[in-house]
Design a protein around this ligand. Structure first.
Ligand code: F1P
Length: 569
C-alpha cells in the first residue's frame, strides 16, 4: 500500500461513525474501513493498520453519535462505580465484587480480579473480588462458546459465588452487549436489588444491545439493558458502554474490546483502592489522568514498529509452514501469553498446537478457582520442555515474555535450552522506565501479542478482507455472524446462506427435515467438531458445487481470499 493510499485510509478514521455505515450492525460487529484490505497487506502495513485501529479507542467525542472512553458521562459513571467499590473495601463483611463474562471478557475478569486481590493481600486485607467465566476455568485457556448462550447457567453461577453475601457489586462484561449468560446474571441482580447492584461493561450504545429472543427466557439482552437504564437514573444500576470503534478483524472483540475492558476495570478499581487505602479522593481529574496514561501506553508497542513487523513476519512464516509459535512467559505477562495463544483456536480456526503459551510456575502462579485443569491443559515451562521443545527446529518461533522484576537467571537458563533447538528465539522484555506500572506492561503485552498472532494469521491467509472466515460456529452470536458473512460475500438471500451453512455443519448435500427443524443450539453443538464450515459454505454458494468438491478446492488453495476469487473468476 502506498503512502498516499494510507493517508487516505487514515482520513476514514471516523467513517464508521456515520449513521449510514453498515447501519444494521452494532459497532462491535461492523467492519473497520481502516483494515478493508488487511488480507493483502505487508507485515509493516498490517502493524500500521492495527495501530490506527487501536488509536480509535481514545478518539475524542466527535459530534454526538457515540460516547467515548473519556466522555463526561462515562467518566462520571466510572467515579460512581469506584465509590461503590470503595465502600465495599472499607467494610468488606458479607460483601463481594464479582466480575463476570464469556470468552475474552471472562479471561479479563480473571486477570483483573487476580491483580486486585493480590494488591489487597499485600495490604493484609482479605480478598473481595471474585471472577466468573462462562464454561468454568477451562474456558480461561480454551474456547467454550456454548455456555455463553445459557442465561440460567449465568444466574446459577452468580448465585453460587454470592451465597451468604448481603451486598454484591456485580460487574457483567459483554463487549457486544450480547451474551445471554451475562443477561441472565444481570436479570438476577435486577430481581434482587436488596443484595445486588449491577454494572454492565460493553462497547455498543444501548439501543444496539442484542434483541434476539433467548430460548426459555422472557427477556432479551436489550430489555435487561433498558431496565438497567431506568435504575441508572437513581444510581441503582450502572452502564459503562463507550464505543471504541470496529475491531481490526470484524467482531474480534478480544482485541479493542478486551483492551478497553481491562483499561476501564483497572481505572475503576485503582481509584477505589487509592480512596480506601491512601485517602485519595475519587475525582474526574484523577480518572482522566489515569486514562491518559493508558492512552500513552498504546504507543509503546507500536514505537517498535520495525521489530514488531519482523516478528509478525517470522511468526507468519512459521504458521505458513505448519510449524509452531510458542510464548514462554513469567507472571501476569505469562497469563496474557496463555490467553492470546488459546484465542487463536476460535478466532482463526487454528490448531491447538499452532500457537501455545506456557507460564513459569504453571498453576501455582495462576491461582485460578479450580486449580490444575488436567492433562489437556498443560501450561508450565516444564511441560514445554518435556512436550514441545524436543520437536522444535529453526522453523518454529519462540518468544520469551518477561520484565526486569522476574527471575532473569531463570529466563537465561530457559533461553539457553531453547537456543539448542532453534535460533528463532525472540524476547519481549519490559523494564522500569520512569513510573511504569505493571498494568501498563500488561496492556503493552496484550496489544503486542494480539498484533503478533492476528498479523501472523493474516499472513497465513486466514482472513478474507477483514473478516475471520474460518470462524467456529459454536454459539448463536457466531452462527448469526457466519450467516451474515455468507450473505455479504455471496450476495445470496439469508435463507440460502443459512441452508449452505447447515449443509457444511452437518456435512450433507441435502438437508433433512430433522436438521431444518432443529434449533440453533443443536446446530452450534454439532458445529463444535467441524472445521472450515464457513469457507466450505461460501464455495458451495458461489459455485453450486458439492461439499466434496468444495473441500477439494479449499485443499488446493488454502488462502481463503484466493480460493474465493478463483471461484468467482
Ligand atoms: C464474548 C465472546 C468473545 C469471543 C467470541 C465469542 O463476547 O466469548 O470473547 O471472542 O467472539 O464471544 P462478548 O460477550 O464480550 O461480546
Amino acid at each position: 500500500m502506498s503512502g498516499s493510499e494510507w493517508t487516505c485510509r487514515l482520513s476514514s478514521m471516523h467513517e464508521w461513525e456515520s449513521p449510514y455505515y453498515e447501519p444494521s450492525l452494532p459497532v462491535s460487529e461492523k467492519s473497520n474501513p481502516l483494515t478493508r484490505d488487511i488480507d493483502r497487506a505487508s507485515a509493516g502495513c498490517i502493524v500500521r493498520m492495527l495501530q490506527a485501529c487501536d488509536s480509535q479507542m481514545f478518539l475524542e467525542e466527535a459530534g454526538a453519535t457515540y460516547q467515548r472512553l473519556m466522555s463526561d458521562e462515562v467518566v462520571e459513571t466510572l467515579m460512581e462505580v469506584a465509590k461503590k467499590v470503595e465502600l465495599i473495601l472499607k467494610d468488606p463483611r458479607d460483601s463481594l465484587v464479582v466480575l463476570s463474562g464469556c470468552g475474552t471478557s471472562g479471561r479479563l475478569a480473571f486477570l483483573v480480579t487476580s491483580a486486585f486481590n493480590r494488591a489487597l493481600k499485600e495490604l493484609n486485607q482479605s480478598p473481595v473480588y471474585s471472577y466468573i467465566i462462562a464454561g468454568g476455568d477451562k474456558a480461561l485457556f480454551s474456547s467454550q462458546e456454548a455456555p455463553e448462550d445459557d442465561p440460567k447457567l449465568g444466574m446459577l453461577s452468580l448465585k453460587e459465588v454470592c451465597e451468604g453475601k448481603k451486598c454484591v457489586l456485580f460487574i457483567g462484561i459483554s463487549c457486544g452487549l450480547s451474551a445471554p449468560f451475562v443477561a441472565g446474571q444481570l436479570d438476577l441482580c435486577l430481581q434482587n436489588p436488596e443484595v445486588y447492584t449491577p454494572v454492565l461493561v460493553g462497547f455498543n450504545p444501548t439501543h444496539q444491545a442484542r434483541d434476539e429472543p433467548i430460548p426459555g427466557c422472557s427477556f432479551t439482552f436489550r430489555s435487561v439493558v433498558q431496565r438497567m437504564e431506568e435504575l441508572a437514573k437513581s444510581q441503582k444500576a450502572f452502564l459503562i458502554n463507550p464505543a471504541v470503534g470496529p475491531e481490526a478483524i470484524s467482531g474480534s472483540s478480544r482485541m479493542k474490546g478486551g483492551s478497553a475492558t481491562k483499561i476501564l476495570l483497572e481505572v475503576v478499581l485503582s481509584a477505589a483502592h487509592a480512596a480506601a487505602f491512601t485517602h485519595t479522593p475519587i475525582t474526574q481529574q484523577g480518572i482522566l489522568q489515569h486514562m491518559r496514561v493508558y492512552e500513552k501506553t498504546l504507543e509503546i508497542p507500536y514505537a517498535h514498529n520495525e521489530g514488531l513487523s519482523a516478528l509478525l513476519e517470522a511468526a507468519g512464516k512459521s504458521l505458513q509452514r505448519g510449524r509452531r509459535v510458542c510464548y514462554l512467559g513469567w507472571g501476569s505477562l505469562g497469563v496474557l501469553g496463555l490467553i492470546d495463544a488459546s484465542e487463536c483456536v476460535p478466532t482463526f480456526g487454528a490448531d491447538y498446537e499452532d500457537v501455545r503459551g506456557f507460564i513459569s510456575g504453571g498453576y501455582n502462579e495462576l491461582k485460578n478457582n479450580e486449580g490444575p485443569l488436567g492433562p489437556d491443559f498443560r501450561i508450565s515451562h516444564e511441560d514445554f520442555l518435556h512436550l514441545v521443545l524436543p520437536s522444535l527446529d529453526d522453523h518454529d518461533m519462540v518468544l520469551l515474555i518477561y520484565t526486569q522484576t522476574d527471575d532473569v537467571g531463570d529466563v537465561e537458563k530457559l533461553a539457553r535450552r531453547v537456543r539448542e533447538k532453534t535460533s528463532n528465539l525472540h524476547a519481549v522484555y519490559h523494564r522500569v522506565d520512569g513510573d511504569t506500572a505493571a498494568t501498563q506492561w500488561e496492556l503493552c503485552t496484550k496489544l503486542f501479542l494480539n498484533a503478533l498472532s492476528t498479523g501472523a494469521h493474516v499472513l497465513k491467509g486466514k482472513i478474507y478482507q477483514n473478516h475471520m472466515m474460518d470462524l467456529q460456529v459454536t454459539n448463536s452470536k457466531l452462527y448469526c455472524r457466519a450467516t451474515r458473512l455468507l450473505q455479504n460475500l455471496s450476495g445470496r438471500p439469508e435463507s440460502k446462506c443459512e441452508e449452505a451453512l447447515l449443509k457444511a455443519v452437518y456435512k450433507v448435500d441435502n438437508l433433512t427435515v430433522e436438521i431444518t427443524s432443529s434449533d440453533i443450539s443443536t446446530h452450534t453443538h454439532t458445529a463444535r467438531t467441524r472445521t472450515k464450515v464457513v469457507p466450505l459454505a461460501l464455495v458451495c454458494l458461489l459455485t453450486g458445487c458439492s461439499l466434496a468438491e468444495a473441500e477439494l478446492r479449499l485443499e488446493q488453495q488454502p488462502i481463503v481470499r484466493d480460493a474465493v476469487e478463483a471461484c468467482l473468476s
